[in-house]
Ligand binder design. Structure first.
Ligand SMILES: [Zn+2]
Length: 192
C-alpha cells in the first residue's frame, strides 16, 4: 500500500491532492515530505469569506505544515499558497482545508495534540511529540473553540480525541492539563 493511499484514507482535502511524497534526510533525521497541489482548474477560495475568486498570484516560497507523525517520522505538508482577488475582501491568501491562518500545525495535528493534552500535562505532550509548548497550548485552544464551531474537516481525528479517556492529571501539578471541557488557561484566553 502506498503512503498516498493511506494519507488519502485519513484526510479529506479535496480539491487538493498529493502531488508527490519524498522521504527526505535532514540533519535531525528523516522527514516525510508530502507536496500538495490544487486539482484541476477550479477557482481558489478566499480565506476571509470563503467565496471562490479568481487567482491573483502565488506566494514566492512554499509553506510547510506539520501533520501527525507516522512511525515516529515527522510528516510535513508542503504547499505554495496562492492569493486570490476577492471582490469583497481584496487580495487575500487562499483557504486550504488542512490549516487556518498562520498555523504551522495542520488542523488534524492540533486535534491529535489536544487529545493527548487530555491525558497528560501540556509539557509532557510537548516533550513526547517534540513540539513547542505554544503548539500544545494553541492546539488546546483550537480544540476548545472547535467544540463550538465543529469544523467540517478532521472528523476522524475528532472522533479519536473524543474516544480518549480523560486523564486524572492533578490540576497544576505538572503545569497544565486539558482534563476538562475547558482548561482554565484556555478559558481565560477565550474571554480575552
Ligand atoms: Zn473574500
Amino acid at each position: 500500500m502506498h503512503f498516498k493511499t493511506i494519507f488519502n484514507r485519513v484526510t479529506e482535502y479535496k480539491p487538493f491532492v498529493v502531488d508527490h511524497v519524498h522521504l527526505v534526510e535532514h540533519d535531525s533525521g528523516p522527514v516525510m515530505e508530502v507536496t500538495m497541489r490544487a486539482r484541476g482548474n477550479g477557482q481558489p477560495e478566499c480565506s476571509d469569506c470563503g467565496n471562490r475568486c479568481p487567482g491573483y498570484d502565488s506566494m514566492p516560497t512554499p509553506r510547510r505544515f506539520d501533520f501527525i507523525p507516522m512511525w515516529m517520522i515527522p510528516v510535513v505538508l508542503i504547499y505554495t499558497m496562492r492569493r486570490v482577488q476577492c471582490a469583497t475582501c481584496g487580495v487575500k491568501v487562499e483557504r486550504v482545508p488542512w490549516a487556518t491562518g498562520k498555523n504551522q500545525l495542520t488542523t488534524e495535528y492540533q486535534w491529535f495534540l489536544a487529545g493527548w493534552a487530555r491525558r497528560m500535562s501540556w509539557k509532557d505532550v510537548a516533550v513526547s511529540f517534540r513540539v513547542s509548548w505554544d503548539h500544545v497550548y494553541n492546539s488546546v485552544k483550537h480544540a476548545v473553540s472547535g467544540q463550538r464551531t465543529q469544523p467540517e474537516n478532521s472528523v476522524r481525528v475528532q472522533r479519536y480525541v473524543a474516544s480518549l479517556p480523560e486523564g486524572d492529571c492533578e490540576e497544576g501539578a505538572a503545569g497544565d492539563s486539558y482534563s476538562g471541557p475547558l482548561s482554565r488557561d484556555a478559558e481565560d484566553e477565550q474571554s480575552d
